[in-house]
Write a protein that binds this ligand. Structure first.
Ligand SMILES: Cc1cc2nc3c(=O)[nH]c(=O)nc-3n(C[C@H](O)[C@H](O)[C@H](O)COP(=O)(O)OP(=O)(O)OC[C@H]3O[C@@H](n4cnc5c(N)ncnc54)[C@H](O)[C@@H]3O)c2cc1C
Length: 407
């Protein structure tokens, strides 16, 4: 008998699949080492502390107050603002931090954006030196939380010329009357920046109101939202609310000054929308690598790969745009139209991306536990707040044609 030698059979373990990574063009490489360290700190906090709670609080329509002590320790209060106890740094760093927060939870990013960008931003941009000294340090430490009241029940997109909330000067005080709707953080926060029309000169002015101690100021929580459910939005009623002149934003003398704040928050929403898309994409990619149909991971099917490729393309395009947006700001060249374009593009691409993510999850895509559903509905609010898609395009349209289409 001849003996035949047979090579021992080796069992090949399957090649590990790549972890979802939504930094395809390595935009994080544009950060300095210390900046990257902060972004990683935020990512670690979001993944370890916020991610496990986000879906529960979202379903419950409640804000996770238990996370606030951890947020205080991150040292992100007042990022991009210099002095007054603020975290300082480049506006690009603020953008990356917002993107990280939204990648896990767009509601949490909105809470932060309203407090930091809209409320603190109004005081930083339009406040006097004394007002900045008084309000910004405790807000940067998250000891006092702020909100921003511009939108009204009857006036949203038309806020620039149509505010119905009035301010009337009486000696050293102002009397505010009116209503504000959709105001993020309002049901529980400490300080509101309220925008009202001065009856004397018809111009929009900003007032700092202390929510909990000012007679005539009341807030009803808006119920039954299906988007950004963790953010508590309020309907504010102002009845003969008396505010001292020292609480009128001294640099806010017309809607142009309000718009200076909105430019910066539109800058920020572009980053948040990109983070929202990243979170949805990563959830969909992971799911598609694990979900088997016809005996194979659905990620191996051409039509699913088409969706995933389109998602990462949207995300990469938005990331490149917002990094350039930050450069324009650093060069002192960021215009209202630049910020409007970034907000419009990033939120519309986000909306498209989260819908594809939901689709990749099939039926599970409409169940909050699988994350994609939360990103899917949250994107809707990002698309509409801080000025709707149409309003951003009117700002861009005016810049490129030289003709205003605003009525
Ligand atoms: C979750 C959430 C949080 C928010 N947080 C805040 C906050 O903290 N503070 C605050 O002040 N506001 C806040 N807002 C309000 C937000 O900024 C407004 O919803 C937004 O500006 C749109 O206003 P509106 O809802 O009244 O819509 P409308 O102005 O009634 O618009 C309805 C539709 O008509 C379109 N439209 C209107 N005018 C025109 C036109 N001339 N040409 C073409 N289309 C037009 C709009 O684009 C939109 O599609 C928040 C909103 C949401 C949903």
């Amino acid at each position: 008998m001849t003996s035949v030698s047979v090579a021992p059979k080796t069992v090949k373990s399957p090649k590990p699949l790549p972890e979802p990574n939504s930094d395809f063009y390595e935009v994080y490489e544009t950060l300095a080492p210390a900046e990257l360290a902060m972004v990683k700190r935020v990512r670690a906090f979001m993944e370890a502390k916020v991610a496990p709670l986000a879906t529960k609080y979202w379903v419950d329509d409640a804000f996770p107050f238990e996370l606030l002590p951890g947020v205080k320790e991150l040292g992100v209060g007042g990022l991009g603002m210099q002095g007054y106890g603020c975290a300082g740094g480049r506006l690009a760093l603020l953008g990356f931090v917002l993107m990280e927060i939204a990648r896990i939870d767009p509601s949490f990013a909105t809470f932060f954006g309203v407090h930091d960008g809209l409320a603190m931003g109004s005081i930083y941009i339009d406040g006097s030196e004394e007002q900045k000294q008084k309000w910004l340090p405790p807000m940067a430490r998250f000891e006092k939380i702020g909100c921003f009241g511009l939108t009204e029940p009857l006036v949203g997109s038309g806020a620039s010329g149509g505010l119905t909330t009035t301010a009337k000067r009486e000696g050293d005080s102002w009397i505010l009357n009116g209503e504000k709707r959709w105001i993020g953080n309002a049901p529980w926060c400490d300080v509101s920046v309220i925008w009202a029309r001065d009856l004397a000169d018809n111009q929009v002015k900003g007032f700092i109101v202390e929510n909990k101690t000012t007679p005539g100021f009341s807030v009803d929580k808006i119920l039954n939202k299906v988007s950004l459910k963790i953010v508590q939005n309020g309907h504010i009623t102002l009845k003969e609310v008396r505010v001292p002149e020292s609480n009128r934003l001294q640099g806010g003398n017309s809607f142009r000054d309000t718009a200076r704040v909105l430019k910066m928050t539109r800058y920020a929403v572009a980053w948040m929308a990109t983070g929202c898309a990243m979170g949805a994409y990563e959830a969909a990619l992971k799911y598609s690598q694990e979900r088997l149909q016809f005996g194979k991971p659905i990620a191996s099917f051409q039509l699913v790969q088409d969706l995933l490729a389109k998602m990462i393309t949207n995300i990469t395009a938005a990331q490149c745009l917002i990094v350039r947006q930050a450069q324009l700001h650093a060069e002192g060249k960021l215009t209202d139209a630049h910020a409007a374009l970034a907000k419009a593009f990033a939120t519309s691409k986000c909306r498209e991306t989260v819908a594809w993510a939901r689709e990749v999850l099939g039926g599970n895509g409409i169940v909050a536990d699988y994350k994609a559903a939360r990103f899917f509905t949250d994107a809707e609010a990002l698309y509409s707040y801080e000025g709707t898609y149409q309003m951003q395009n009117l700002i861009i349209g005016k810049a490129i044609t030289g003709l205003s289409a605003f009525v």
